[in-house]
Design a protein around this ligand. Structure first.
Ligand SMILES: Nc1ncnc2c1ncn2[C@@H]1O[C@H](COP(=O)(O)OP(=O)(O)OP(=O)(O)O)[C@@H](O)[C@H]1O
Ligand SMILES: [Mg+2]
Length: 256
């Protein structure tokens, strides 16, 4: 049975999409069957893996709002074992449309993705920088959450609110929900600040912090403009190696 992991932090630009693309591609390279679900109207995961977002007929929006069969929304990528459900800018309007549904509006993504668990080893959901109803849907559908934390000023800003949302979802909608881990991103070991943030996150969240840290690496930011995961674009780049190490850490945790 597959595992669904949401990648969430309502703070913008912390590395959610970079993590979604490269962790998904790394797990796929380790021979897991992976589905990446782009749940952000910005559709960065979709375009970052080379999809022409404007030309896609069936997206997550159609599945959530129009009841389309999720199988019709699955597209293959150039990475073997990695499929994707694309997003579209229309998803921004779905927040409002979901509001009109009284009963079970938080459960739509769970209904959409649960049957997929028998078809994939991992389903990763790239969330938008918001705690709106699409993100609540994503976390409700998930077995666990990865929280990327950028090694920058105000890194922990908003984390209390995110943890509170996770706690509420766990209490009301998804009792088995776990935190997969806090992931430090864009780490530059030469900077005192990066080390301070690392220590602060470790002090707060202890064993919930991934041992793997994602370093700041230009290949990670270049790869999406070529429509590729960094692990395809330059597998030797330190950022690509970091994501492969993260995939291995997650696999070994699941075995333990
Ligand atoms: N480890 C890294 N090294 C260098 N650049 C990075 C790294 N991680 C992410 N970036 C760059 O930082 C920017 C923000 O990253 P990303 O898009 O992954 O964040 P996000 O949390 O998904 O943003 P949003 O909240 O808008 O969805 C991007 O330009 C990305 O290429
Ligand atoms: Mg993003």
């Amino acid at each position: 049975m597959g595992k669904i992991i949401a990648i969430a932090n309502q703070k913008g630009g912390v590395g959610k999409t970079t993590t979604a693309i490269n962790l998904a591609a790394s797990l796929a390279m380790l021979e897991k069957n992976v589905l990446l679900v782009d749940a952000d109207p910005q559709a960065n995961s979709s375009s970052g893996l080379g999809l022409e977002v404007g030309n896609i007929d069936c997206t997550i929006y159609d599945c959530l709002i129009n009841g389309a069969d999720p199988h019709d929304a699955i597209y293959t990528t150039d990475v073997p074992n990695l499929d994707i459900i694309s997003s579209h800018v229309t998803l921004a309007g779905a927040e409002r449309e979901l509001f009109a549904i009284n009963e079970g509006r938080e459960l739509l993504m769970k209904k959409m993705l649960t049957p997929m668990k028998s078809e994939y080893d991992y389903i990763l959901i790239d969330c938008s920088p918001s705690l709106g109803s699409i993100t609540v849907n994503a976390i409700t559908a998930s077995d666990s959450v990865i929280i990327p934390v950028q090694c920058e000023y105000f890194a922990l800003e908003g984390i209390a609110q995110l943890l509170n949302t996770i706690k509420l979802i766990k209490r009301k909608l998804n009792p088995d929900l776990q935190i997969e881990g806090f992931l430090l991103t864009m780490y530059d070991g030469r900077l005192k600040l990066a080390n301070q943030i690392y220590n602060e996150v470790k002090r707060h969240f202890e064993d919930l912090v991934f041992k793997t840290v994602i370093q700041r690496n230009v290949k990670l930011s270049e790869a999406p403009s070529h429509g590729m995961a960094a692990v395809q674009y330059d597998a030797d780049a330190k950022g690509a190696r970091n994501y492969l190490a993260l995939a291995k850490e997650i696999l070994s945790k699941q075995k333990a």
